[in-house]
Design a protein around this ligand. Structure first.
Ligand SMILES: NC(=O)C1=CN([C@@H]2O[C@H](COP(=O)(O)OP(=O)(O)OC[C@H]3O[C@@H](n4cnc5c(N)ncnc54)[C@H](OP(=O)(O)O)[C@@H]3O)[C@@H](O)[C@H]2O)C=CC1
Ligand SMILES: O=C1O[C@H](COP(=O)(O)O)[C@@H](O)[C@H](O)[C@H]1O
Length: 501
């Protein structure tokens, strides 16, 4: 085991301890932190839910998730019993204020056992509508007065729209100081997303080109090959624009477009990011049609298997107008990005899982090579692949070997997978940051508000104007034709990278 500077003693309460997020992501991440020797010397994790579990059954349930979803794929499960010494289950209803003594009792017990006052972390991995009720009850607990040692982690989506996000922010800040509130967006914990800052600001090579003088347009794709995976009840209240664009995609856009930070202080990074969100040109409701495209998948075939359409999924209204695909063209009105379109798209049941960002460079001002080789002239681009590939690739023109001056596009690639032996999962990084109290990779209240402000006109226009053509894309495709038209109008096409072998 490596020696790490580990966080102080901590008790972590996971509301939603019996839920999907904890099963798939949180416990596998915590177990990996334990295996990599990042967990504190003294720690306790308590899963919370209404379902009945003995500690033993709870551990079995969690081990199943670890075996299926951990990046270690079941390897090193031999240390599981040691890990579970720290894990318990508290059966309680988050709406029942009288049950909250179970929390203070456990904290007291650990305090006595360890002889120190531990950090207390409340992770709210529950449906958004439960968050205010739980947060209110937590705020009333005596331990929540311990500024700095008590933290609350709130999962996305943060609110349902600008107004509800604003109300939730008010509620949380009436009980917790801003530095105690961790609004999570797991994309910010992804290694390759964090590497955007290193690429841009640790190298003198790219920054001089990173602006409207050299960049023609930018594309951000966050395509998913999976469908709803049983989350129909949630998705019916969300849709792709709320689920992915308002948070993950806008956060990536901020990292691509932000000005160089003076330091890596959490507030400095967040200030620079919020500047980007505030500079995004507001689309008026009347313009939405020209700037945004929505889609919903039909039934059909996916990799040889018959699948139902969105409207036939469990928990979905058979006449649902919810978007399972969204594409938007943004402009950033500032000196760096004026006039550079930024196209973003996301969707369920698309052709492949692929998240990548591409900066397409402008053509060289004069082409002195034979016209036969001009076909691929436009191909200078820099691609940052977030997942499943983790790499950065630069495409440029090179001479084709031979006696004639013919050019071909070639790629020079940095493979992040090969460099970092065991890249931590996003939730590992973020949970460790919470235990350490580092909020750099979390959203501040004004960032959340600003992101909602960007998408509100689109949401409102879509809600007021029901789509006439849903369902409008087939599973395994790249979304509706209108998404291609959005770029074609500007003379561009979406970059669809070849699938991972
Ligand atoms: N699943 C995922 O991959 C992702 C989820 N998220 C977010 O995480 C949050 C949780 O999602 P997910 O885990 O999928 O949802 P689930 O429906 O799987 O889990 C919900 C959890 O909430 C608990 N719960 C519900 N009502 C109460 C109550 N009154 N008191 C105490 N506990 C309660 C449930 O436990 P019980 O029924 O036992 O009471 C269950 O553990 C959501 O905000 C979601 O958007 C974000 C990113 C990815
Ligand atoms: O937050 C969410 O993200 C997942 C996609 O996450 P990824 O890390 O697998 O790219 C998405 O499926 C889900 O709908 C959304 O709520």
């Amino acid at each position: 085991m490596q020696t790490n500077k580990r966080p102080p003693a901590s008790v972590l309460f996971i509301f939603g301890g019996s839920g999907d997020l904890n099963y798939r992501k949180l416990t596998p991440a915590l177990y990996n932190l334990f295996l990599d020797n990042w967990m504190p010397d003294q720690f306790a994790i308590a899963g919370i839910g209404r379902s009945a579990y003995s500690n033993e059954k709870y551990h079995e349930h969690l081990l199943d998730g670890v075996t299926k979803f951990s990046r270690r794929k079941g390897k090193q499960n031999g240390h599981w019993t040691d890990f579970t010494q720290h894990v318990s289950y508290l059966q309680m209803d988050g709406d029942d204020a009288a049950a909250y003594h179970k929390i203070t009792d456990l904290v007291k017990e650990k305090e006595e056992e360890w002889g120190v006052h531990p950090n207390v972390i409340f992770y709210l991995a529950v449906a958004p509508q439960l968050v205010p009720s739980i947060a209110q009850k937590l705020g009333a607990l005596k331990i929540c007065g311990e500024k700095g040692t008590t933290r609350i982690v709130v999962e996305k989506p943060f609110g349902h729209d600008l107004e509800s996000a604003h109300e939730l922010n008010l509620l949380l800040s009436s009980m917790f100081a801003e530095e105690q509130i961790f609004r999570i967006d797991h994309y910010l914990g992804k290694e390759t997303v964090q590497n955007i800052l290193a690429l841009r600001f640790a190298n003198a090579l790219f920054e001089p080109l990173w602006n409207r003088n050299y960049i023609d347009h930018i594309q951000i794709t966050a395509a998913e090959a999976v469908g709803l995976e049983g989350r129909g009840g949630y998705f019916e209240h969300a849709g792709a624009l709320r689920d992915m664009v308002q948070n993950h995609i806008l956060q990536i856009l901020c990292m691509i477009a932000m000005e160089p930070p003076v330091s890596f202080d959490a507030n400095e990074i967040r200030n620079k990011k919020v500047d980007v969100l505030n500079a995004i040109r507001r689309i008026t409701k009347e313009q939405v049609h020209d700037f945004a495209v929505r889609g919903q998948y039909s039934g059909g075939w996916k990799k040889g298997e018959k699948v139902v359409g969105y409207r036939q999924e469990e928990g979905v209204n058979p006449q649902s107008n919810i978007d399972t695909f969204a594409a938007v063209k943004f402009y950033i009105d500032n000196w760096r990005w004026q006039g550079v379109p930024i196209y973003v798209r996301t969707g369920k049941f698309l052709n492949q899982k692929a998240t990548h960002i591409t900066l397409h460079f402008k053509q060289a001002p004069h082409y002195a090579f034979p016209p036969e080789s001009a076909e691929t002239w436009r191909s200078n681009r820099l691609t940052i692949s977030i997942q499943p590939n983790m790499d950065i690739s630069i495409r440029f023109q090179a001479k084709r070997p031979g006696q004639t001056m013919m050019l071909d596009p070639v790629d020079m690639t940095f493979d992040y997978d090969a460099a970092g032996e065991h890249a931590p999962e996003a939730y590992e990084t973020l949970l460790l940051d919470v235990m350490e109290g580092d909020a750099t990779l979390f959203m501040r209240n004004d960032q959340v508000d600003a992101a909602w402000r960007v998408i509100m006109p689109i949401l409102e226009a879509w809600e007021n104007r029901p789509p006439q053509d849903f369902p409008n894309y087939a599973p395994d495709s790249w979304g509706p034709d209108a998404a291609d038209a959005l770029l074609a109008r500007d003379g561009h096409t979406w970059l669809n990278l070849p699938p991972t072998p």
